[in-house]
Ligand binder design. Structure first.
Ligand code: ZN
Length: 162
């Protein structure tokens, strides 16, 4: 029986909860998730636990922020002047902006608060600093195509279409 190794396409169902047991997300009852193992498609702490598992395996995986979406970085929460944004951009808390730094870097930042002059934004991943508790069931494993390996992601149903 095949097991999960690098360059296998894995189909799985998952439920994600935080450390209080509140459900954050789940694929159960909907389409399962697919990923290409060994290419960083999923958070490192989950990917490493998937290694060598087989179809039918159910696992519970606790992923700390260091192996998940990173620690919350308070320096990534900052204010920008409203005048730096084009005037036709609608600005409301909860919206996500794409910011361009002077060095050419781009980042996505959610608007936290707005006043007349300043916009407070948070460029942390929405799940930065969160302890992730996954319940996973492995549904299918297949070898990736050479094209999938070259692209580093899954093609076809549940994957990329291009
Ligand atoms: Zn592709």
């Amino acid at each position: 029986m095949s097991v999960i190794t690098k360059n296998q396409v894995v189909t799985f169902h998952y439920t994600l909860k935080d450390k209080e047991g509140q459900q954050i997300d789940s694929s159960v009852g909907g389409d399962p998730m697919l990923y290409l193992h060994g290419h960083g498609n999923i958070v490192p702490g989950l990917e490493s636990e998937m290694e060598s598992k087989k179809v039918g395996d159910k696992l519970k995986v606790h992923v700390s922020p260091d192996k998940g979406y990173g620690q919350y970085d308070s320096e990534k929460r900052f204010c920008i002047e409203r005048s730096h944004l084009p005037s036709d951009v609608e600005i409301q808390p909860g919206m996500v902006l794409e910011l361009h730094a002077e060095d050419g870097d781009r980042m996505m930042a959610a608007i936290v608060a707005v006043d007349q002059k300043l916009i407070e934004v948070d460029a942390n991943h929405p799940m930065a600093g969160v302890d992730l508790h996954f319940e996973v069931e492995i549904l299918d494993i297949r070898p990736a195509s050479p094209e999938e390996i070259e692209h580093g992601h899954v093609h076809g149903p549940g994957g990329h279409h291009h």
